[in-house]
Design a protein. Structure first.
Length: 280
């Protein structure tokens, strides 16, 4: 496995792969890898010839009061996991390499960024779209793999790739969960034992909403009332949002007709966690 930290070297490597007639599959991450990231690598390994994993904690997607400095990092463990799961390259530039002095260009997917996490994290998805566009231009993958836990991010990247005519096939993988249901996240490492137990309220609320919907209830107000009740029953939980929205536009809906996304963001102590499921 090769570790590349320089943009020029990464582009030279990608050019050589493409000139050899081989395909590149790309899994972008911010590191602190877990089994959810392993699922990206496993899927990616089956979709092309050369598998590239990026590890880059992107400062542009963190707000001034968010956890950029304390975001969990364990580069050596990440390299071990990446090599064990047959990544060919780990691309890990530093912030100065990606955003040199004088940098001033950004990418924004306007409408999809106005909903869900975009309301409480203004500028977050501009940072996401910018760094992913840069990574696509540097690595030049044929296929890129994203997790469905970050559903809004997935939709934004798909729209960006389509709107900017970026010739990358976007593939998603389902959310990976702990045995008790908690969605895997690098931020779970911030949870102490009590908070880890409290975090199960997200999964329990997701299950409750899905059960109500599958019993025949299509009225979103009724579904959300019960979902919020489950979260609020946990003293350590503070709701950022709980919503049911259109799977394509992410606009709130009143009635579930066909498919809808039920999504939530909840703070457990100082840690903000997200989860979602598709209804229908």
């Amino acid at each position: 496995m090769r570790v590349i930290k320089n943009i020029k070297e990464m582009r030279t490597f990608s050019d050589a792969v493409r000139n050899a007639g081989k395909s590149i599959v790309f899994a972008p991450t911010m590191g602190c890898l877990h089994r959810g990231h392993v699922s990206l690598l496993e899927k990616g390994r089956s979709l092309g010839d050369v598998l590239v994993l990026s590890i880059f904690v992107n400062p542009l997607q963190f707000g001034p009061k968010e956890d950029y400095a304390s975001y969990p990092r364990d580069f050596n463990a990440d390299l071990t996991l990446a090599e064990a799961n047959r990544a060919d390259v780990v691309f890990s530039p530093d912030a100065k390499e990606m955003y040199p002095d004088g940098y001033e260009t950004h990418v924004e997917v306007e409408r999809l960024s106005r909903h869900l996490c975009g309301i409480s994290r203004p500028g977050h998805f501009r940072g996401v779209a910018t760094v992913v566009a840069k990574l696509f231009n540097i690595i030049m993958p044929d296929t890129a793999i994203f997790g469905e836990k970050d559903f809004q991010q997935l939709m934004i990247i798909k729209r960006m790739a389509q709107d900017l005519n970026i010739g990358v096939n976007i593939v998603s993988v389902p959310t990976i969960r702990e045995p008790d249901g908690l969605a895997l996240s690098s931020r779970n490492k911030h949870l102490n034992r009590e908070e880890r137990k409290a975090a199960l309220c997200l999964y329990n609320a997701i299950k409750k909403g899905k059960d109500i919907f599958e019993s025949g209830v299509k009225d979103v107000d009724i579904i959300l009332k019960e979902v919020k009740r489950v979260v609020k029953a946990e003293p350590l939980a503070v709701i950022d949002y709980v919503k049911v929205c259109d799977v394509d536009t992410l606009k709130d809906v009143d009635i579930v007709a066909g498919k809808a996304l039920m999504a939530m963001a909840v703070r457990i102590g100082k840690t903000r966690l997200i989860d979602n499921c598709i209804l229908g």
